[in-house]
Design a protein around this ligand. Sequence first.
Ligand code: PMT
Length: 420
Amino acid sequence: MTASPEQRILLVIGGGIAAYKTLDLTRHLRERGFFVRAVMTEAAQHFVTKLAVESLTGNRVFDDLFALTEDSSMGHIELSRDADLLVVAPATADILAKMAHGLAGDLASTLLLATDKKILAAPAMNLRMWLHPATQRNADILQKDGVAFVGPEDGEMACGEYGPGRMSEPLAILAAIEQVLATDTRIPLPTDLSGHQEPRGALAGRRVLVTSGPTQEPIDPVRYIANRSSGKQGHAIAAAAAAAGADVVLVSGPVALADPLGGRTIHVKTAREMLRQVEAALPVDIFIGVAAVADWRAAETAPEKIKKDPKQPLCLTLVENPDILAAMGRRSKDRPALVVGFAAESEQLIENAQAKLMVKNCDMIVANDVSKTSGVLGGENNKVLILTKKGKESWPWMTKQEVARRLVARLGTMLAETGR
Ligand code: PMT
């Protein structure tokens, strides 16, 4: 994906060892066509130099609140609002605390308070600092204020301890930036000045459960059966539902994507694990089965790596996996108000999709062509056919994010029509 030319990032670099990763992040952002301006805290300059950041952003670095007022070209309000998105990386415990409590003692915190744009924070700190109730409270306040988070990840710390607190890798932060920019980029002003904000959007207050990605069915300790699903379509739908105000649970098979922002992601490997987690997330208003669940698994998983035998071919016995979508469609007492399936077809798209709508008792099937030439499986774009019991509608080629946004809007309307 390449950024549209006007997309502007204000990168707020905090003082932590992970600051060095922002150099790589800046390089990736520039390669994608983003305009990047950076602000550094005083502490950040102990870890990376202004010169390095200026060289990579191609722009002057700002670090002094009072120098800004002398600079007629840009005051702190313009600086904070000139960007489409503010990215705080590394978001240290100190910056998070200042943001949560509205402190504005230096340039970075002042800009973060003065902005009307969305903020993405990539926390990085020692695991005990991250797990401290004060930091957890601050992160909670910020999430409620609409700040998006990417990470922190589990891993080895610079101090030698192991646990949550490592800043996400630059490519994961980049994916999160693209995701946040694909949704609303403004922080809505509360209408109720007590600070209480009701979630807004087509799915405000609704619970949405999405499956995404492939499943991996083990053959032995090192081999498995899987497919080429990347999770891009399912993750985009989970992100769009969260952006539309829904409380989202995403159950994902193994993918190389960052967890979507604004919901809860549960990671699974096999179809049976996926079914267990889907059932555990009930009740929900909408279930959307986007995962390419393996239809079969090995009848038995070999306890040791299977050895080659030149004298006889290896025969695997496969048994059918549970059908998660059909199980949701057929539930009686807690069936979701809307059960939506996908149909991945390489031939006879309409006929096969129609059959799935009926057999799996769905309210909607989103059919797409996964033949080799379409590029849908693993690709960025999709062309879908929407089938309901009332009729069918063909959508043109568009990005998977756009499919997700339109689908979420459509489901919001359908759900309202059910009267539930
Ligand atoms: O992940 P991407 O690279 O972005 O690609 C997106 C996609 C092509 C995988 C996606 O758009 C898609 O079509 N997902 C459905 C894949 C699939 O397994 O289709 P199917 O026609 O085999 O299954 C029909 C439906 O039954 C699907 O909703 C599937 O999730 C569900 N199913 C299938 C088998 C099974 N055991 N359990 C199920 O729930």
